[in-house]
Design a protein. Structure first.
Length: 174
């Protein structure tokens, strides 16, 4: 008899993704600090973002998404507006509570972020990650991100750089 395949746990059908609200700062920090501390170590740029996500991400034109299961925050991702002529956002601080992984939560928050970016008429999404985070890279590949050459970065841990060009809605009708 052959080995049993590794099965994905039950998908998170009950997951709800919503925008960041005042009071969500603790969950945003908790979810992100857990994985960053586990794999790399918290950097000063992380602490700056965690100290005031409203000011660092949302007020300049970005957004933060939080996923909830049964009233518990289990995942998050942010989109930070990038400077420049092309309307671009950086996908940042994606995290899923370790006890809720493999249930589609990361995909749910990334899908919500991509949908919102399209609604903002973004042309490009960009991200930085680390080669050791294979599940995240696999997710990014599956939703349309493509690898690019190394870029200048403020994170010591970043060694994988990806981007996704978004098709404007109006092009679908031509």
């Amino acid at each position: 008899m052959g080995a049993q395949p590794v099965l994905r746990e039950d998908p998170a059908i009950e997951v709800t993704v919503r925008f960041f609200r005042p009071g969500d700062e603790k969950d945003f920090r908790r979810l992100n600090e857990a994985w960053i501390a586990k794999y790399f170590g918290i950097e000063s740029a992380d602490n700056e973002t965690f100290a005031d996500p409203q000011h660092k991400i949302i007020e300049p034109g970005g957004q933060i998404f939080l996923a909830f299961l049964d009233g518990v925050a289990v995942g998050t991702v942010g989109l930070r507006l990038m400077p420049g002529k092309v309307r671009s956002y950086e996908l940042i601080k994606m995290a899923t509570d370790e006890s809720y992984q493999r249930r589609g939560i990361a995909r749910a928050v990334v899908d919500a972020a991509i949908k919102w970016a399209r609604q903002q008429e973004a042309r490009r999404l960009y991200l930085e990650t680390n080669h050791a985070l294979t599940p995240a890279i696999t997710l990014y590949d599956s939703v349309g991100f493509r690898h690019m050459p190394p870029q200048p970065t403020s994170y010591k841990r970043a060694d994988v750089f990806m981007e996704m060009w978004l098709e404007p809605e109006w092009l679908k009708y031509i």
